[in-house]
Design a protein around this ligand. Structure first.
Ligand SMILES: O=P(O)(O)OC[C@H]1O[C@](O)(CO)[C@@H](O)[C@@H]1O
Length: 453
């Protein structure tokens, strides 16, 4: 099996190789801490050895549940927010046909998502769409108390029970949550839903290789064993015993931290295939929630090229020089499309006749990299062999491990997210949630002070 590769030659103008190598021992110590739990966040290291420890029974239970949901449903709604849906969406979108939902002769259900916003129009339109569909629900929440998925689930559960009755609804709802705690666990026990457990020691953004990601991915028809196999390969290749010079996650973690120290405050994850859009969304949460704290942290941004070269390209080429790029390049596309001859050649494209579209895409990629490096943007290139389960599994673990090491290099706890509570507290206070009486009084006072006069 081919491995992902990383090309860092275009950071050397800003960061000489010896400066990177000098950080090797520190990065290796950070990596070691992920194994011995000697630093902050040690309660959340269950993801580190997860790929190599998933058992045959666990695979089987997920695959069986996927088969039974697939056979009962033409549409499956994945309810969840943040780490409780982004990993599944990242992989499903990357592997699916770009026009999946328009395919009529289907062997696999259409996957749609809910509970990732509080948009009333979205929920209305989803309910209308589902009214005449055979649908099922995978409801995912580690805490079991998050407002967005809870609101969506309440509506969808009502709709499903109304359509097929309580007993059949029970066969079509699967809950993925904490083993004991939270409202979703209580509900699942009362309603006797099939459940899967999110281990205590794995946080949402590191949970894609638990049932949180694996069940929806299996329902969508993809090979979760190959995905996990890819991740396990990367687990081995990035172990604390692997020398720094060969440890891609550790090198990536060092480069981004050293660039950050030199004022490169924004990292832009770049893809040249729009199917990777949600992979970047997953990556943004992984690094954003892990590192953005204590008034520190690179801002993780993402673009889809060449699309965004026609919108953000100007900024990247000539805007403030506080950015660096990490490009995910796919070596070999899954399909072949050749540019045809045209007798009139009015578009002037006959010079491309006979070339694959990917050759043009690759030249856009190379040309952009050179232009951006010339324009002062350091560039890290990550190449995956193909857009398939094996490669994506490698990429997931590569970034997870890099994020753990990078957070420790930055000096933060990469496994908590205390800042996310601020908006929730205000929202609950404004909605006058029972138990938030004091906060309600305080926020009302603040609002009246703000808008006085
Ligand atoms: O799975 P849960 O508990 O619903 O949380 C969903 C997401 O919300 C957060 O807890 C932030 O509020 C994320 O860290 C998490 O991925």
């Amino acid at each position: 099996m081919s491995s992902i590769k990383m090309n860092i030659q275009h950071v050397y103008n800003w960061l000489p190789e010896e400066d990177i190598l000098r950080q090797g021992p520190t990065a290796t110590a950070c990596n070691q801490a992920l194994y011995d739990g000697s630093r902050e966040g040690s309660d959340f290291l269950g993801w580190v050895k997860l790929p190599s420890t998933i058992t045959e029974d666990q695979f089987k239970e997920i695959e069986d549940a996927a088969v039974s949901l697939r056979s009962a449903c033409k549409v499956v709604v994945v309810v969840g927010i943040g780490g409780s849906y982004l990993g599944a969406r990242a992989i499903i979108d990357a592997l699916n046909n770009s026009f999946d939902w328009l395919q009529t002769k289907r062997e696999r259900p259409v996957i749609v998502y809910a509970g990732n916003s509080l948009s009333e129009d979205y929920l209305y339109e989803l309910i209308k769409y589902l009214e005449d569909k055979d649908f099922g629900i995978i409801n995912i929440s580690k805490s079991g108390t998050t407002t967005e998925p809870a609101v969506a689930f309440r509506l969808l559960k009502d709709l499903l029970e109304e359509k097929v009755g309580k007993s059949e609804a029970r066969n079509r709802i699967i809950a993925i949550t904490d083993a004991e705690k939270g409202a979703l666990r209580t509900l699942a026990t009362i309603e006797k839903y099939k459940t899967f457990v999110i281990p205590d020691d794995i946080g949402g953004r590191y949970s894609v290789l638990t049932p949180v990601g694996l069940l929806p991915i299996a329902v969508a028809g993809f090979d979760i064993r190959k995905l996990v196999h890819g991740a396990a390969t990367m687990e081995k290749n990035t172990g604390a015993n692997v020398a720094f010079e060969y440890n891609l996650s550790a090198i990536y973690a060092v480069i981004r931290n050293e660039l950050y120290k030199k004022g490169k405050k924004i990292e832009i994850l770049v893809n040249y295939h729009p199917k990777l859009h949600y992979f970047a969304e997953w990556w943004k949460q992984l690094f954003g929630e892990s590192e953005g704290k204590d008034n520190k942290g690179i801002f993780p941004a993402a673009v889809d090229f060449t699309t965004d070269l026609h919108s953000m390209g100007q900024w990247i080429q000539e805007g403030e020089r506080t950015i660096f790029e990490t490009v995910i390049s796919i070596k070999e596309p899954n399909y072949k499309v050749v540019i045809p001859h045209d007798n009139q050649n009015l578009d002037g494209l006959n010079y491309l006749e006979g070339k694959r579209v990917d050759e043009v895409n690759k030249m856009a990629e190379l040309g952009t990299r050179i232009a951006h490096v010339d324009g002062g943007v350091p560039n890290i290139l990550i190449e995956i062999p193909k857009l398939d389960e094996e490669s994506l599994g490698q990429l997931i673990y590569f970034f997870e491990k890099a994020c753990g090491i990078s957070g420790y290099l930055l000096g933060v706890n990469p496994f908590n997210q205390p800042g996310v509570e601020a908006y929730k507290r205000n929202m609950f206070a404004l909605l006058e949630k029972p138990g938030y009486e004091e906060e309600t009084r305080a926020i009302k006072q603040k609002l009246s002070d703000l808008y006085k006069g």
